[in-house]
Design a protein around this ligand. Structure first.
Ligand SMILES: Nc1ncnc2c1ncn2[C@@H]1O[C@H](COP(=O)(O)OP(=O)(O)OP(=O)(O)O)[C@@H](O)[C@H]1O
Ligand SMILES: [Mg+2]
Length: 328
């Protein structure tokens, strides 16, 4: 049996920009097992959203130019699917939770009606049966007084409640894969934790595969099984969450971890990554991270390191990987 829910191979996305091009995603591979939560982490502009939109086939072409060798969901090849066929899949087999619930929801329709529509679109049932399921879905994500709240419009709910509504919508038809792009960054820290708990509980309970996109490693610490670290359109490290947090191999990952406050860290020794991500039209020669890397050598400024397998779960793109302890 194939345990892979998503198999993405060699995804490339470019955008024309005036005289030049923006190379947003440069040939990434991504595997998500059935029931697994995979996190895609990296700073702003590294290509996380473009990757997720490409998987959902929601990028407008043009302007985007997309190339992909394989885009398989549960062994079904989607890369040549028409818009109509993709529309059928979205919401039913594949769904997405966006960062901004206010734009993801229809402002002039009650939230109950919006969830009812999902059930009605994908199943043969009566309106009252759909509403019964809607109320249950709202209860499951912790919306209090779900029956009456179903009659609220989006603006009548708090940000945290709206995000719960999006989670209820994403799970409504029990999709095979859910992509959550920064699902809680617009919320206060305490509300963020509550909403992430709801998402994590739902994912585990229903054994759905989840691609969690975030720039915040503390979100990953609580939820992900496997983590992919992305930098400037490329994957620079892949590891199980545990390995990544205890022994990061890529200097960029080390830097990202340095900016996560750890309770166990008595000395509060922060490693900071200087400067910022290169502009996508002016990426440096060699390893894209080398101008910011404290371990960089001449080789790093000349050649792009390949993504190398360290063991069956770990990959790193670096000429001088850290914490290898005799491996490699
Ligand atoms: N429609 C577009 N036209 C041109 N360039 C685009 C377009 N959409 C995205 N890009 C560029 O592609 C790159 C990757 O963008 P993307 O939105 O995927 O970043 P991200 O990692 O999701 O960042 P953030 O954390 O800020 O959401 C950026 O340089 C962005 O400017
Ligand atoms: Mg984004």
């Amino acid at each position: 049996m194939n345990e892979l829910m998503l198999k993405l191979r060699n995804l490339k996305v470019i955008f024309p920009a005036g005289e030049g091009i923006i190379s947003a995603v440069e040939g990434i591979d991504l595997d998500i097992l059935k029931g697994e939560c995979v996190a895609l982490v990296g700073e702003s502009g590294c290509g996380k959203s473009v990757t997720s939109l490409a998987i959902m086939k929601l990028l407008n072409t043009p302007p985007a130019l997309i190339r992909v060798d394989e885009l398989k969901l549960d062994d079904e090849e989607l890369k040549d699917y028409s818009d109509g066929k993709m529309q059928e899949l979205r919401g039913k087999t594949l769904s997405m939770i966006f960062q901004d619930a206010m734009t993801a929801l229809n402002p002039v329709m009650t939230i109950g009606k919006q969830i009812d529509e999902i059930y009605l679109r994908h199943n043969k049932m009566s309106r009252s049966e759909a509403r019964r399921l809607t109320v249950r879905a709202l209860e499951l994500v912790g919306v209090p007084e779900a029956k009456s709240r179903a009659n609220s419009f989006p603006h009548q709910l708090s940000g945290g409640m709206r995000q719960r509504v999006l989670i209820a919508m994403a799970f409504a038809c029990m999709p095979k894969l859910i992509i959550a792009d920064e699902p809680t960054t617009a919320l206060d820290v305490t509300i963020q934790a509550q909403v992430l708990n709801v998402l994590s509980d739902m994912q585990k309970k229903h054994k759905v595969s989840l691609l969690l996109i975030t720039h915040d490693l503390s979100v990953v610490a609580n939820m992900a099984d496997t983590v992919y670290v992305m930098y400037s359109g490329k994957i620079v490290e892949k590891a199980s969450k545990r390995d990544l947090f205890t022994r990061p191999h890529h200097p960029y990952t080390e830097g990202l971890l340095g900016s996560v406050p750890r309770l166990s860290d008595e000395h509060h020794h922060f490693i900071q990554i200087p400067d910022s991500v290169p502009h996508p039209m002016f990426k440096p020669k060699g390893c894209y991270f080398h101008p910011r890397c404290r371990y960089a050598t001449k080789e790093c400024s000349e050649k792009m390191p390949p993504l190398e397998k360290i063991d069956h779960q770990r990959e790193v793109r670096c000429f001088h990987p850290l914490n290898l302890g005799g491996k490699k």
